[in-house]
Design a protein around this ligand. Sequence first.
Ligand code: C5P
Length: 324
Amino acid sequence: MSPRGDRVVVRAPAKINLALRVGPLREDGYHELVSVFQAVSLFEEVSARLPEDDEGVSVVVRGPGAAEVPTDASNLAVRAALLLAERTGAAPRARLAVRKTVPVGGGMAGGSADAAAALLACDLLWGTGLHREELAELGAELGSDVPFALVGGTALGTGRGERLSPVLGRGEYHWVLALSPDGLSTPQVYAELDRLRAAGEAPVPELEPDVPQELGQALRSGDPARVGAALVNDLQEAACSLRPGLRRALALGEDHGALGGLVSGSGPTVAFLVPDSDAALELAVALTASGVASDVRRVTGPVPGARSVEPVATSPHHPSHSSR
Ligand code: C5P
């Protein structure tokens, strides 16, 4: 049981890939990749409580796009809870409530954040006491981006993206996110990249993908203009090929003072780096007025990985917290 009583609330951040270099398709169906992730201030929140009777693990999902998220055993938060129970021997009993803020299928790893938050929430609820690295290892079995949602900050990911090491950097970065009304399927975007490469319409990768050195230097300098110039995403062409409208959003950001812009992960969210909060507001207004985005968010990064927050005693319909 958690030290705070019968309910645990954990929030976990979304990510932007500052660099995403995609190598060739591997035999296991994944692509070898090198990525620099940054966790940003857009959070999924998962609360966990023990059921009153003999129930197992159940989930309710609330917030934008909730209707598109399954609530059966395929839900990533449920899978996370069941995996933790299986590996630790804890009884798999939890009522989970996910409050979504991260766009569903948006290329910002919202589902991975749910899994990360559920792992930590159930670990606290059941008192299984795993280290963060152990939770991250379990997370890697659930999805390539789950370990990063536990770790947060800015990190280099290799392998499928699940092997992480911290990236030294300084400064706070201001981002404007242009959201799309419909998500993109990550496997489809990777498949489109393979198709473009086979057709000679996208550069064929080296065996060992690499992150541009300029990005590491730029992050160490803390200069957002240098970081903006070094942003790169090998999946961008594939996402734009499936959603040509994304090119308009990218061009608009460039015209309105963004230091850099790119499709986030497999898209369709487009992320723009701007110099400061004033510039973020200006760009957000321009994006909204142009109609290229269904919604716009201003966020900052880096932020920490999954953390427990104090549950607030409100109605069960509002599993909110006090720290935002
Ligand atoms: O691991 P995750 O569930 O996040 O991956 C979703 C899908 O994205 C995979 O099934 C695969 O098609 C694609 N993927 C990939 N190479 C990676 C990561 C993901 O091809 N490194």
